[in-house]
Design a protein around this ligand. Sequence first.
Ligand SMILES: C[S@@+](CC[C@H](N)C(=O)[O-])C[C@H]1O[C@@H](n2cnc3c(N)ncnc32)[C@H](O)[C@@H]1O
Length: 213
Amino acid sequence: MPVPGNIANSISQIIERHQLISDQMDQERLALILKRLDQALEHHIPGDIVEFGCYLGTTSLFIARLLAVAATTRRFHVYDSFEGLPGKTIEDASVAGSNFRAGELKASKRQLVRNFKHAHLKPPLIHKAWFNELKSKDLPNQIAFAFIDSDFYRSIYGSLEIVWPRLSSGGAVIVDDYNRSSLPGATRAVNDFFTVSNVRIQHQSNLAIITKP
Ligand SMILES: C[S@@+](CC[C@H](N)C(=O)[O-])C[C@H]1O[C@@H](n2cnc3c(N)ncnc32)[C@H](O)[C@@H]1O
């Protein structure tokens, strides 16, 4: 059985020892994501771990490393079109984000698996699909922790519609690109989704961190 304090200590070691394989994540955000994931594990929040928008696995590799240290039997699911970004909607329009276009950030499932093999890590359960085409059989019934990193309004709103009803009480969802001027759809999707609920949106380093009451 791992000692919880040791897992928390090992987050900084994991981040220091391993390189980020793309510019899609940085050490500051990674530390926040892993810390919140660790809390869900330490508090025995029931459910699986999910990531919506995994690309090459930059963040997924670190999530898998933490899960390996924690020696948990929880499953780790990653979801991606592996076709890159879909088209923008009006909510995503911004001058600063003109480089984010349909088809950008395209990785293949094979590249993702190769990155896990190279890191000597067990690959996650990989689901190749557009989020709005996912069936309930592709999704865990219970989620303890979710990381949503899918850039655009409809992708993020749709991911929240999938995650929130399945998220266990005390579990957390983290959405990347909150308050980032180049991707305004991310902030709008989070604010619109939670507009009628009483939850607190904690905002740190372009991450929105929401804990389920
Ligand atoms: C910013 S990248 C993810 C970066 C990744 N989390 C990392 O740490 O490297 C965004 C990803 O979301 C995927 N994506 C965006 N919208 C999607 C949708 N509606 N359905 C499926 N995949 C989507 C894209 O294919 C892309 O790989």
